[in-house]
Design a binder for this molecule. Structure first.
Ligand SMILES: *[C@@H]1O[C@H](CO)[C@@H](O)[C@H](O)[C@H]1NC(C)=O
Ligand SMILES: *[C@@H]1O[C@H](CO)[C@@H](O)[C@H](O)[C@H]1NC(C)=O
Ligand SMILES: *[C@@H]1O[C@H](CO)[C@@H](O)[C@H](O)[C@H]1NC(C)=O
Ligand SMILES: *[C@@H]1O[C@H](CO)[C@@H](O)[C@H](O)[C@H]1NC(C)=O
Ligand SMILES: *[C@@H]1O[C@H](CO)[C@@H](O)[C@H](O)[C@H]1NC(C)=O
Ligand SMILES: *[C@@H]1O[C@H](CO)[C@@H](O)[C@H](O)[C@H]1NC(C)=O
Length: 755
């Protein structure tokens, strides 16, 4: 393969970028009380990409710089910023975590002889870095049976700490580090008895879940109290894991910028091959050159070093423009449902049986109990409605001993919270009606989630019956029925609020009711498996797939891998059904929901053509975003020359085209590199967005030994003078065997006179 990517540097070889998080003493004068209060503050001092590989040399440089600085009596941000080599100094901020069957569902059955899983030897020899809340090393998912030796390019360590020492690393978890200074600066804490650990040990559970989803080893007979029973494994079961703990289970939990940046820095130096980051921050998003967008900056350096970074899109859907982690060098993942359901019967007193979904198998009252609608039993009828069972809204003397139906019209209430209200009011069961089915939460009492149709039937039974009763049955596990994936309602949606020309999310992957390793409730327990839902769970599915692709194509650049994923993604489920959005039963998912589509690993490994991106292209993109030359220089330490070209943002060589403001006519350029048979001829299939004309030139691309990369132009013409909404289409290059599909999104804008 002769991709431009072969020029990409190997991780941990020639470059090392340096970030220092240092403690500064800042004096805050509280003039009114006439004394000075000294507070310790972590500031991030960012030095950009450096030539030195040897950390000892860089450390020495930092000390030299610090000793110069500490000679001054007044330390504010300004003198540091002016110091040679210092690129940015910012205060440290806090990020949030985005909180087994799925592999078979996307075509990676480990029994099938010729799929990507077998071809890539299950990711053997690849190192996946997971930046998250740490790991529970005793979990069976992290045993190292069948694992190959630690790869020779690994330079990391197994950093010890509370309840964690070098014997907790093995050939599966080959390294672990923890970063807490930045977090402690925001929320000071010491060890919290049994809850958090000053070490790589997972105090949350989230990190163990994502790590085992990406690269968990084979574990027989995993289930959650009998549900979803089967063999558990990660996407790349023979890949190695390197753990970077940056998120802490303190107060609401979180992960600090300073710690995140340090983790990226170490991971690149240590020699990880892929990074998985299920962390985000809310809108409004920071610029890609602002250190408060630590994931964008850290991942830029990783990408420069040939390390693909896979991120979660966020859980703020279904609202438009909520997608996070939108930098064009990231692989941003949306969450979909899988073909596993947990049908649970609700038998009403009139012998009618209705069906919902549940994963709560707790203590069931197996007989009939009386049934009521929460709206009828508010604690304080004058103040608030008890309709969706908000905390404390139910009258306990009316709720005690009953099964309660709660109905939520929004996504601000969840089933767990409703079950807590029911439990606290002495209720014995919950039927929760909501518009979507993503994530059947665990509950404090036996609970079943239903849609509005079933909810309405139950309400009308309650209204008619003299003494309504019901019985909730035990959930069953049903898999493999022809069920289309749906996009989870919580999955954050595009377009990107900061760079709408870059289609985000890139791709969708399973992220609803995913069973994976967790931190056990009890310190003495080795193992625990839990169901979690979120784009956090979808991200490591793609990470695992990237590990498989990378072990087959070690020289492919992060952009080439992203292109392979996006252009091969499926638009339909195995049954030929369209991918719909959860909640709005008949709305087909569009590129702002699922990017290229649902991840299709079998096709992604042999994409035919790829849209590659080199560093210079990203630089021009940042120039066109209006980033200052000095701020861009800081990212790359290269001489920057911003080209004066109007639509460079549209011309970034992405595997998608998004035009947020088509006035009358615009032409965009792309280039594709042949990664299939040397001599091949591709022709364009165009599906123009409604009311927009679209022309591709040339319409045929002939590749041979000399012509491996070819450019083409796509011209869009809007015929109407109105301000419209986005319309969607596609461009597919095909040689008869490969279908290289790019999603296209265009919004026509009125061309006002003189504008
Ligand atoms: C940038 O690179 C040049 C050499 O290419 C080097 O001399 C200089 O020190 C570097 N600057 C920084 C801030 O790393
Ligand atoms: C690590 O900790 C375990 C359990 O506390 C202990 O048995 C073991 O000896 C320790 N190993 C090392 C290398 O310190
Ligand atoms: C429900 O079914 C049971 C047993 O089949 C029967 O005894 C009972 O009368 C039925 N109740 C109603 C309301 O139909
Ligand atoms: C709950 O309902 C009972 C019976 O209607 C009533 O007597 C009582 O005042 C209510 N309690 C509260 C806290 O509203
Ligand atoms: C090359 O062409 C052959 C014959 O058409 C086909 O079977 C094979 O899959 C192609 N290889 C690639 C990498 O596309
Ligand atoms: C590749 O194709 C070009 C244009 O079609 C042609 O001029 C050239 O000779 C071909 N090169 C080889 C090595 O076949």
């Amino acid at each position: 393969m002769d991709l431009e990517s072969s020029k990409w540097r190997r991780p941990g070889k020639s470059h090392f970028f340096v970030i220092m998080a240092i403690f500064l003493i800042q004096h805050q004068l509280h003039v009114s009380v006439k004394y000075a209060e000294a507070t310790k503050k972590v500031h991030i001092v960012y030095m950009g990409e450096k030539e030195h590989e040897d950390p000892a040399i860089t450390k020495k440089l930092h000390y030299e710089m610090l000793s110069t600085l500490l000679g001054r009596y007044d330390l504010t941000d300004i003198p540091l910023q002016k110091f040679p080599g210092v690129v940015q100094v910012i205060p440290n901020g806090i990020h949030k975590l985005h909180t087994t069957r799925s592999w078979e569902f996307i075509g990676l059955n480990h029994h099938s002889p010729q799929n990507l899983l077998q071809q890539s030897n299950m990711g053997q020899g690849t190192i996946i870095g997971v930046i998250d809340s740490g790991v529970w090393p005793e979990s069976k998912s992290f045993h190292d049976e069948g694992m190959g030796p630690v790869p020779s390019h690994w330079k990391g360590i197994c950093q010890q700490g509370e309840s964690f020492n070098s014997s907790n690393c093995n050939r599966k978890i080959i390294g672990a580090r923890w970063f807490v200074k930045g977090f402690q600066d925001q929320i000071p804490f010491n060890t919290v008895e049994g809850r958090e650990f000053m070490s790589p040990r997972d105090g949350v559970g989230h990190g163990s879940h994502t790590a085992s989803t990406a690269a968990g080893n084979f574990v027989e007979k995993v289930s959650y109290k009998g549900l979803a029973a089967g063999l558990a494994r990660g996407g790349a079961p023979l890949a190695h894991l390197a753990i970077y703990k940056v998120c802490w289970n303190i107060e609401d939990g979180g992960c600090a910028d300073a710690d995140l940046l340090k983790a990226f820095d170490k991971a690149i130096y240590d020699g990880v091959d892929i990074l998985s980051v299920s962390i985000g921050n809310n809108i409004p998003l920071f610029s890609y050159v602002d250190l408060r967008n630590s994931i964008a900056i850290g991942s830029f350096h990783a990408t420069l070093n040939g390390i693909p970074v896979v991120c979660s899109a966020g859980n703020d859907g279904p609202i438009s423009q909520t997608v996070q982690n939108t930098a064009p060098w990231l692989i941003t993942v949306a969450a979909s449902t899988i073909d596993r359901t947990f049908p649970t019967a609700i038998i009403l007193g009139n012998n009618n049986t209705l069906w919902g979904q549940s994963i709560t198998t707790g203590q069931h009252n197996h007989g009939f109990a009386s049934l009521t609608y929460s709206e009828r039993i508010p604690k304080n009828p004058m103040v608030d409605s008890a309709k969706d069972c908000q905390p404390g809204s139910l009258n306990a003397s009316l709720a005690a001993g009953k099964i309660i139906l709660c109905l939520s019209e929004s996504n601000t209430q969840d089933m767990f919270s409703a079950s807590t209200s029911v439990f606290e009011a002495g209720g014995v069961g919950l039927v929760f009606a909501q518009f979507h089915h993503d994530g059947t939460d665990l509950c404090k009492v036996p609970c079943v989630k239903v849609d509005y149709e079933v909810g309405t039937q139950i309400v009308s039974y309650i209204r008619k019956a003299r003494s309504p009763t019901a019985k909730l049955s035990f959930p069953k596990t049903v898999v493999g029925k022809k069920v289309s994936p749906r996009l989870a309602s919580f999955s954050s949606r595009g377009p990107s609020s900061i760079s709408p020309e870059v289609l985000k999310p890139d791709i969708a992957a399973p992220g609803v009711d995913i069973l994976a390793a967790y931190r056990p409730a009890n310190r003495d327990q080795d193992d625990s498996y839990e169901f979690l839902s979120g784009t956090s769970m979808a991200c490591p599915h793609v990470t695992g797939i990237v590990a498989l692709i990378k072990s087959l194509h070690p020289n492919w650049s992060p952009a080439a891998i992203r292109s392979a994923l996006v252009t091969s993604a499926s638009q339909t489920a195995t049954d030929g059904m369209k991918i719909f959005e959860e909640g709005s039963t008949r709305k087909e998912a569009d590129p702002f929901d699922i990017g290229g589509g649902h991840v299709n690993p079998g096709k992604a490994v042999n994409p035919g053509l790829v849209y590659d991106v080199v560093t210079g292209d990203y630089i021009q993109f940042l120039c066109s975003m209006g980033c200052s030359r000095s701020s861009i220089t800081s990212l790359t330490n290269a001489t920057i020359k911003c080209k004066p070209k109007s639509n460079t943002r549209l011309d970034l060589n992405l595997p998608s085209i998004t035009i947020p403001d088509l006035k009358t006519k615009v032409t965009v350029t792309r280039k594709v590199t042949n990664v299939g048979n040397v001599t091949s001829v591709y022709r364009a299939i165009v599906q123009a967005p409604f009311d927009i004309s679209m022309r591709v030139e040339p319409e045929t691309l002939s590749f041979n030994r000399t012509y491996k990369t070819l450019s083409f132009k796509v011209t869009f013409l809007s015929n109407h003078k109105y301000q419209g909404d986005y319309r969607f289409g596609s461009l597919t290059w095909t040689d008869g065997e490969h279908f290289v599909r790019s999603p296209i999104s265009v919004r026509a804008m009125e061309a006002y006179a003189g504008v």
